[in-house]
Design a protein around this ligand. Structure first.
Ligand code: GN1
Ligand code: MG
Length: 365
């Protein structure tokens, strides 16, 4: 997706049902899929405001109408829960804003959200207690959606966290070697094959009825929860495009992958990439506090393994994309997906070595 001009962004913004006009745009670059802009706004009475404008990547989300239905349903449900709890729906929930034509999409892919004020997305656990609070927020999100009618949700990306089908797709990319890059990653491909059997644990658990399907977020990076600027409490979980029926283990594991790692997701210096057990412990405590009794003993026993599986799955996705010629994730430089894959593989192997340590922590939480 190319970045649109300011003129284009002004034209798009003017077509949403908001009084006044947009005055400036700042591109937010955290996400690897959609294009996102913070929009400065001035209302006709002169008051200033902010909104969030997003261009949905329709190469990734192919049925945008279904996606919008999911998001509206989920947002309404969360708003009800926030209201019941006496909270502030303008900060603790997302709201899609209508276009002047009555729908929620401009040109089939642009949408506008309210802006969560006085809160920020963090890229790492950069303040004491932040991770505990973020985990609590994701756990609470899970609880808020526990009674959501899952059968009304569309699957926005089929098999999104099916690690077995991710593995099969990866092996197809290796075989096809579309960009002629497989020779660069021989060592990584061999390591990936070694762990194949673990890809089945959650998938089989769901199929055998041992792991319950729940409504899950499926993309629980730390930067997908807005944290209050003053208190560092979690305010609102964002990026709801992948909310689908799934396993709580997907959400827990993906959070650990991102937030309990000593480094950024794409750190090139592998010595800096490892699981921090202190952060794992902080996150686990917060998450268990947030989900309350909405977790089974079996799920709890798989929390450590889920961290490994979700990290391993992303190795398959990053390296698969590198082999395919970078067709899915946005990249910042030519070998970005390779660097990401190597970092996540280093992290996954470190998690595997620390499974017993993680188990002890979960038992004590
Ligand atoms: C993508 O859009 P963003 O950056 O929040 C991806 C996630 C990956 C993540 C890795 C729809 O999330 O699955 O875990 O990158 N989202 C999609 O950073 O594929
Ligand atoms: Mg996302």
């Amino acid at each position: 997706m190319t970045t649109p001009t300011n003129q284009k962004l002004l034209e798009i913004s003017a077509d949403f049902e908001i009084d006044g006009k947009a005055t400036g745009f700042t591109q937010l670059t955290d996400g690897h899929i959609n294009n996102t802009f913070a929009v400065d706004w001035v209302h006709s009475d002169g008051t200033k405001d902010k909104y969030l404008l997003q261009q949905i990547n329709t190469n990734v989300f192919r049925k945008v109408d279904e996606l919008i239905k999911n998001i509206n349903g989920v947002c309404e449900h969360i708003k009800k829960k926030v209201t019941e709890a006496g909270g502030d729906t303008s900060r603790e929930a997302l709201t899609l804003i209508k276009c002047k034509n009555g729908g929620y999409l401009w040109d089939g892919c642009w949408r506008m959200y309210n802006f969560i004020k006085g809160a920020s997305a963090h890229q790492s656990a950069d303040a004491p207690g932040l991770l505990f609070n973020a985990a609590k927020a994701f756990g609470k999100f899970q609880r808020q959606l526990a009674d959501y009618p899952a059968d009304t949700l569309f699957e926005t990306i089929p098999n999104f966290h099916n690690t077995v089908s991710r593995y099969n797709d990866f092996m197809k990319s290796v075989e096809l070697d579309a960009a002629g890059r497989a020779k660069e990653c021989v060592k990584e491909i061999e390591t990936i094959k070694k762990y194949e059997k673990y890809a089945h644990i959650i998938v089989d658990g769901i199929a055998e009825g041992k792991i319950p399907l729940r409504v899950t977020h499926n993309d629980t990076k730390l930067n997908n929860v807005m944290m209050d600027d003053k208190t560092n409490e979690g305010v609102c979980v964002i990026d709801l495009d992948t909310v689908m029926p799934g396993s709580l283990l997907y959400d827990f594991g993906d959070s650990i992958r991102f937030a309990a790692c000593n480094s950024a997701e794409d750190e090139p210096d592998l010595d800096k990439v490892y699981l921090r057990l202190d952060l794992f412990e902080e996150y686990t405590k917060g998450f268990l506090c947030g989900v309350g009794d909405g977790i089974t003993e079996y799920e709890k026993s798989l929390l450590p393994m889920s961290s490994f599986i979700l990290t391993y799955e992303l190795v398959l996705r990053f390296l698969g994309d590198y082999l395919n010629g970078d067709t899915y994730f946005k990249i910042g430089y030519p070998k970005h997906n390779l660097v990401r894959a190597r970092a996540q593989l280093k992290l996954a192997e470190d998690m595997f070595a620390k499974l017993d340590d993680m188990k002890k922590i979960v038992e004590n939480c």
